[in-house]
Design a protein around this ligand. Structure first.
Ligand code: AR6
Length: 180
């Protein structure tokens, strides 16, 4: 069983094999954590995203559909890779949001495993601009990660990087409940 950690901080500073970006389907950058990652990584990340998007221009709902994930290098970041995933926009919860959010965490882990990566850091996908309620999103994130890690033996470390105090509290509670 890999280590599941929670910290409060800036995901761009994490020294892990992959940090996950809460991107949008265009992969062309945006605000929130996406903007912070692109600023810290420098222009080579956007260039790589542009190439990835071009190669995936025929993917329905793409270049990266909601719930899916793609991997790139990480430019100037201390991490080695960025896994870009696209969380759902919150529309009340009856539009497949829970399944799509779980899929973001599952696909990111599977992509990390496929690329032989041993450590990964997640932001709280969808809980900013996309408006997903933080308590619901945290429960889904922890459950999806716990469910998937049995299938990703190469991943030894998963870090949930919380930007705000509310998310930090929610994850601490979920992870301490999970370990007892
Ligand atoms: N490190 C860690 N977490 C952060 C950081 C950071 N540097 N900055 C913000 N967060 P959001 P979304 C937290 O809005 O809701 C973009 O425009 C933030 O507090 O970044 O999935 C994309 O291009 C929140 O808890 O992502 C999409 O269009 C969490 O990261 C859209 O926003 C996610 O908030 C995606 O919206």
């Amino acid at each position: 069983m890999p280590q599941l950690e929670v910290i409060q901080g800036d995901i761009t500073a994490q020294r892990v094999d992959a940090i996950v970006n809460a991107a949008n389907s265009s992969l062309m950058g945006g605000g929130g954590v996406d903007g912070a990652i692109h600023r810290a990584a420098g222009p080579s990340l956007l260039e790589e995203c542009r190439k990835t998007a071009a190669a995936r221009r025929n993917v329905p709902g793409g270049p990266c559909p909601t719930g899916d994930a793609v991997i790139t290098g990480a430019g100037k970041l201390p991490a080695k890779h960025v896994i870009h995933t696209v969380g759902p926009v919150w529309h009340g919860g009856g539009h497949g949001e829970p399944e799509l959010l779980a899929s973001c965490y599952r696909k990111s882990l599977l992509l990390a495993e496929e690329n032989k990566l041993g450590s990964i850091a997640f932001p709280n996908v969808s809980t900013g601009i996309f408006g997903y309620p933080k308590d619901k999103a945290a429960a889904i994130a922890v459950a999806a990660v716990k469910e998937t890690i049995s299938k990703t033996p190469g991943i030894k470390r998963v870090v949930f990087v919380c930007f705000d105090q509310e998310n930090l509290g929610l994850y601490q509670k979920l992870l301490s409940a999970a370990s007892t």
